[in-house]
Design a protein around this ligand. Structure first.
Ligand code: ATP
Length: 510
């Protein structure tokens, strides 16, 4: 058994070796927390984005898309609260000179205690076997109760301090808990300070009095400021949604964990506008709908869980994260938030433009409430990649690395492989390629022994390898090899498209 850290390192190096993700501007030693997608990565990423778009826009008659600019009027960010409150509390260790997010230090500490609970549960499970009742154990075992009590006490104090912006108490808490710097091992901390995460730049020439503008830290505001444009021109009736995918930028203090936390990343967001009072119902609807979307990719349900927020942002009246079990534990992958009328009301106030909806059923005008779903495309990419990566020992003693990607998302759906580079096999193979590539992304390869080519396609997750041999010229059949089972079948060429099409269907959810 390799540990999770080594497993994660393997995924990162696999991603690079096979053209999925490269460090940005690597020839200059890279740029911290910025990454480039390579030839296979861009396909996987596009496929995830397309599947999201299809599920949200194509399959919902009351959701439309937009593509707003990254630059927005600076007042947008004043109204949304980002200028004043999009901060992370940071703290430096004076010995290692390393910078940390104070909240992450405290949360990691709580996660360690949580880990102790998990260990106790696992131990007890072994002892009691089938008769084990986890809920009963957790509510009665004194050691577990003590750990839980510790977590609750820390969390109460910590969130109260953040709420009051009492940074001194945050520092005091870090000291009281005896949290040490993971690098220097010391407790020699600076004060805690707030740090705004928005990147700013200047627009226009200085002579003209250049304006400070921001690179958007989320795509959602582009939707809010276009609410009325879309509602009017699309003659949209409540409830309706606006979807958008695009880049967002955050000057993250601690950018770690590969593409999990980047400074330039991509979001896929949808704001669903509803009648005030209906928001809880739609919140529950979207929680379920989004979880179903994840499960429709065939990833085991136990890799996902909801985390309902107890401490809500000032504008939200309900919020939950969909967490995924990354190689470094369960972490937020997507957020579903009931944002009330906070954003539209704030923009209405700052712009002095009415952002309302006239409800023909009630004959009233009001600012709609909003339920949003917000997922990081890069995080989804990492979730898919880490779930797919597997190393297998085969019966003949050899090993293979295979990406068991959902076929729907795989960069290539099929590899077209002439067994040899002669006797008309390449010509026949290209004929098949021309037919299939109308509908599917295919890869043609004639170099190297067939076994080697299979391995290369296993490593990038191609669900089918199609081999053309001499018999193919005679009877128009090919060998199709399935990635996960490695089973091979001889089938007529005409059946290929149907087989691939069937495989790339999402799994239906109740
Ligand atoms: P976190 O707590 O991890 O910083 P967040 O709560 O700030 O995330 P949101 O503002 O709700 O995240 O953004 C919505 C989604 O955008 C997140 O669920 C995540 O998938 C993605 N996301 C946010 N920040 C980053 C980042 N720095 N790099 C990659 N994806 C990100």
């Amino acid at each position: 058994m390799i540990n999770q850290e080594d497993f994660f390192k393997k995924i990162i190096s696999h991603a690079k070796e096979y053209g999925f993700v490269f460090p940005s501007s690597e020839i200059y030693d890279g740029l911290s927390a910025v990454y480039d997608y390579g030839q296979n990565g861009v396909e996987l990423k596009n496929n995830i984005r397309q599947y999201w778009w299809k599920s949200m826009v194509q399959y919902h008659e009351n959701i439309v898309g937009i593509d707003a600019a990254i630059f927005m009027h600076p007042t947008t960010w004043k109204a949304s609260g980002h200028v004043d409150a999009f901060n992370d509390p940071l703290i430096d260790n004076k010995d290692s000179k390393k910078r940390y997010r104070a909240d992450v230090l405290v949360e990691d500490h709580m996660a360690k205690i949580e880990g102790k609970i998990t260990k106790e549960v696992a131990k007890a499970q072994k002892r009691f076997g089938d008769a084990f009742d986890e809920t009963q154990f957790k509510t009665t075992n004194q050691r577990v109760l003590d750990y839980q009590q510790q977590i609750d006490t820390i969390s109460q104090r910590f969130y109260a301090a953040l709420e009051k912006n009492d940074l001194q108490d945050v520092k005091q808490l870090i000291e009281d808990l005896g949290i040490v710097c993971p690098v220097s091992g010391s407790r020699n901390w600076t004060e805690v300070r707030q740090f705004n995460l928005m990147f700013s730049t200047k627009m226009g020439s200085t002579a003209d009095g250049a304006n400070e503008i921001f690179l958007r830290p989320e795509t959602a505001q582009g939707i809010f400021v276009n609410y009325l444009n879309v509602q009017k021109t699309g003659r949209m009736k409540l409830p309706f949604g606006i979807a958008q995918t695009g880049k967002a930028f955050r000057n993250e203090i601690v950018a770690r964990q590969f593409i999990f936390r980047m400074r330039e990343f991509e979001q896929m967001e949808m704001q669903f506008f509803v009648r005030p009072g209906d928001e809880k119902m739609w919140y529950e609807y979207w929680k379920k709908e989004r979880m179903n979307w994840h499960l429709s990719l065939g990833i085991p349900a136990d890799k996902y869980r909801f985390h309902d927020h107890e401490k809500l942002a000032h504008y939200a009246n309900a919020a939950a994260d969909i967490e995924f079990e990354f190689p470094f534990g369960f972490k937020e992958l997507e957020g579903v938030h009931s944002r009330t009328d906070f954003d539209l009301s704030a923009h209405q106030k700052h712009s002095a433009k009415k952002l309302q909806y006239f409800d023909p059923e009630t004959n009233q005008s009001y600012v709609p409430y909003v339920v949003e779903t917000s997922i990081g495309l890069d995080r989804m990419f990492l979730a898919i990649l880490s779930n797919a990566f597997s190393e297998e020992k085969l019966e003949d003693g050899s090993e293979r690395v295979v990406l068991k990607l959902p076929a729907l998302l795989a960069p290539y759906k099929a590899a077209i492989l002439p067994l040899m580079k002669k006797d008309g096999l390449p010509e026949k193979a290209r004929e098949i390629l021309a037919e299939l590539q109308e509908d599917f992304m295919c890869h043609y390869e004639e170099k190297d022994a067939i076994g080697k080519r299979y391995r290369r396609h296993d490593a990038i997750g191609t669900p089918y390898c199609i081999t053309i041999d001499h018999q193919s010229l005679e009877d128009n059949t090919v060998t199709i090899r399935e990635r996960d089972s490695m089973a091979q079948d001889r089938i007529p060429v005409e059946e290929l498209a149907a087989i691939i099409r069937k495989r790339i269907r999402p799994v239906k959810q109740a």
